[in-house]
Design a protein around this ligand. Structure first.
Ligand code: BMP
Length: 220
């Protein structure tokens, strides 16, 4: 594959979004392009995950709406306006609220599930939408690099050390394939880490594979 700019160089690009720059700097400093997908259903586990894996990750992704709160007898209103990043299919509207707060948005351009319809023209339309809203959109959830513009971040779910899949249609590729061959920037890993007997050890092995693949790709 073609040589790429380093994360550190991209963080300094004149047109980079401040949030993208912040993430790229974190990645370089912590030598981590690992985002853990904290798909757990208890607050306690979520906090434990954040505490123990914090040093290994550049980002923690949550599905706040799966947290169980029944035991305390109240409903949960999922309002993610205050998180630093949102994933969305439409940046309009969100940007009006998010921009003044220094927030950013990731657009879903491709999906890792089998039979996904987010391909071809849809993906191209999403790239165009991102380019037209680059003051708010900082990148994509995608399977591979979909734009050459180095200001945009590419983040890829469906990652495990062994390629394969689950019974619900999730398809997995390896950190090496995602970062080195597909040219993505960040690996998003859920069960590969959460189902391991030792979270920390598993997170370290994903961090290392993701980082080694990046070093190889950037020729460092
Ligand atoms: P896991 O590594 O356990 O398969 O988790 C992947 C995470 O990424 C899940 O939270 C899932 O909802 C999310 N995700 C995905 O797997 N594929 C996509 O295309 C988009 C996602 O948000």
């Amino acid at each position: 594959p073609k040589r790429i700019l380093s994360y550190a160089d991209r963080a300094e690009l004149p047109k980079i979004h401040p949030l993208a720059s912040k993430l790229l700097k974190i990645m370089e400093e912590k030598k981590s392009n690992l985002c853990v997908s904290a798909d757990v259903t208890s607050n306690k586990e979520l906090l434990q995950l954040a505490e123990s894996l914090g040093p290994k990750i550049c980002m923690l992704k949550t599905h706040c709406d799966i947290l169980k709160v029944e035991e305390k007898h109240f409903l949960l209103l999922n309002n993610t306006t205050f998180s630093s990043l949102k994933t969305a299919k439409q940046p309009d509207g969100l940007s009006a609220v998010g921009k003044p707060l220094g927030r950013g948005c990731l657009l879903i351009a491709q999906m890792s599930s089998q039979g996904s319809l987010a391909t071809g023209e849809y993906t191209q339309a999403v790239v165009k939408m991102a380019e037209e809203n680059s003051d708010f959109v900082i990148g994509f959830i995608c399977g591979s690099k979909i734009t050459e513009k180095p200001e945009f971040l590419h983040m890829t779910p469906g990652v495990q050390i062994k390629a394969g899949g689950d019974l619900m249609g999730q398809q997995y590729t390896t950190p090496e394939d995602v970062i080195y061959n597909k040219g993505s920037d960040v690996i998003i890993v859920g069960r590969g880490i959460l189902e391991a007997s030792d979270w920390l050890e598993a997170a370290e092995s994903y961090r290392k594979s993701g980082w080694d693949a990046y070093k190889r790709r950037s020729g460092q």
